[in-house]
Design a protein. Structure first.
Length: 320
């Protein structure tokens, strides 16, 4: 089984990104073969500042390695380091019906808001199909907002195969378990756009401050509380050990405690949980050349595979 996924470099990762996506991608690195890339070509549709995009791209790679992606087991690279994918994208574009792309939500949503969409955004799903098909990926772990794009990749592969003969492997989406939405500091879904995030690599003092300000209800301290559904308890359950979670649940049910205590326990548990990743991140960030080496090695492995698939596709459609 070959697993592949792309991660857009668009900002600092928060707990929602980690528990809802990144951790689950990384868990799949033990499959036969896995490819992970930083999707900087896709990010170019929204990040229009050269320094910012270059910085975000390196940061995203550092984050992934710090969080446990092992470049010896998985192939980690930057999307734009594999030009074969852009060439394959053209081959696919020539067979892509306009109507198919008009129905894709990234473009449709932007148009519906009356915003100007460019051809990059319009053809975004075709580049994504090229990303997937270039590596003969079988499984593509994605959040539910990306399922439509995997369907497009399957459609394009199928129609190319039908027209030119068996060329591409048909990919399948593996939908990430987002059943447990991570709540933010205000109890709503954690999201950059709601300004309620706890970042994974935030300075621990700043994070502690944010945690101490998490909104809670104003029930009296003596009243026993049901832990399920309490966002502070949900956050705690993500980073505490099973024993700690059980004791905290008992404390809620017994009552007679202040939320301040829970927040302190949450800040401590978060520090323990992300401590190693934070150390690893600091170390990697101080050696950017080492990270660039990892990415160069990943790109060379990725190009080898993508080159084979591109040659197959060119042969199939008469570009010999
Ligand atoms: P944001 O809402 O902060 O802009 P993104 O849309 O960039 O986050 O999220 C990237 C991925 O992280 C999504 O595919 C989703 O699976 C996951 N994710 C984001 N926020 C949460 C959350 N609060 N709970 C669970 N998963 C989340
Ligand atoms: N569009 C994806 C996102 O925004 C990122 C991405 C680009 C991707 N190419 C991909 C994901 C290929 C999976 C496979 O999350």
């Amino acid at each position: 089984m070959r697993v592949l996924s792309g991660i857009q470099p668009t900002g600092r990762p928060h707990w929602g990104n980690y528990f809802g996506a990144i951790r689950q991608y990384i868990d799949l690195q033990d499959e036969d073969e896995s490819y992970y890339f930083v999707a900087n070509l896709h990010a170019l549709t929204t990040v229009r500042d050269a320094r910012l995009l270059a910085g975000y791209t390196l940061d995203a790679a550092i984050d992934l390695v710090a969080l446990g992606l092992d470049p010896n087991r998985a192939t980690l690279f930057v999307q734009s380091d594999v030009p074969e994918v852009s060439e394959l994208c053209w081959l696919l574009l020539t067979g892509t019906p306009m109507g198919l792309l008009e129905r894709c939500h990234a473009y449709k949503d932007k148009k519906a808001k009356g915003l100007n969409a460019d051809a990059g955004l319009f053809t975004y799903p075709v580049l994504m199909a090229a990303d997937i098909l270039a590596y003969d990926a079988d499984i593509v772990p994605v959040g539910d907002d990306q399922i439509q794009h995997i369907e497009v990749a399957r459609d394009l592969a199928q129609s190319f195969n039908h027209h030119f003969g068996q060329t591409f492997t048909l990919p399948k989406a593996k939908i990430l378990d987002s059943s447990a939405k991570v709540p933010g500091t205000d109890g709503e879904k954690m999201s950059k756009s709601y300004n309620n995030t706890l970042e994974i690599f935030e300075d621990s003092k700043a994070q502690r401050k944010k945690i101490m300000r998490i909104m809670t209800d104003s029930r009296p301290m003596e009243e026993p509380k049901e832990p399920t559904g309490d966002h502070l308890f949900q956050l705690y359950s993500l980073v505490a050990t099973p024993d700690e979670i059980a004791s905290m649940a008992a404390l809620y049910q017994r009552g007679g405690f202040g939320y301040g205590e829970v927040k302190k326990a949450l800040a401590d548990a978060a520090e323990r949980y992300f401590g190693l990743a934070r150390e690893r991140r600091a170390e990697l960030a101080s050696q950017p050349d080492k990270v660039r080496e990892i990415l160069a090695d990943g790109a060379s492995r990725a190009r080898k595979k993508a080159g084979q698939v591109l040659a197959r596709a060119k042969q199939a459609c008469g570009l010999t």
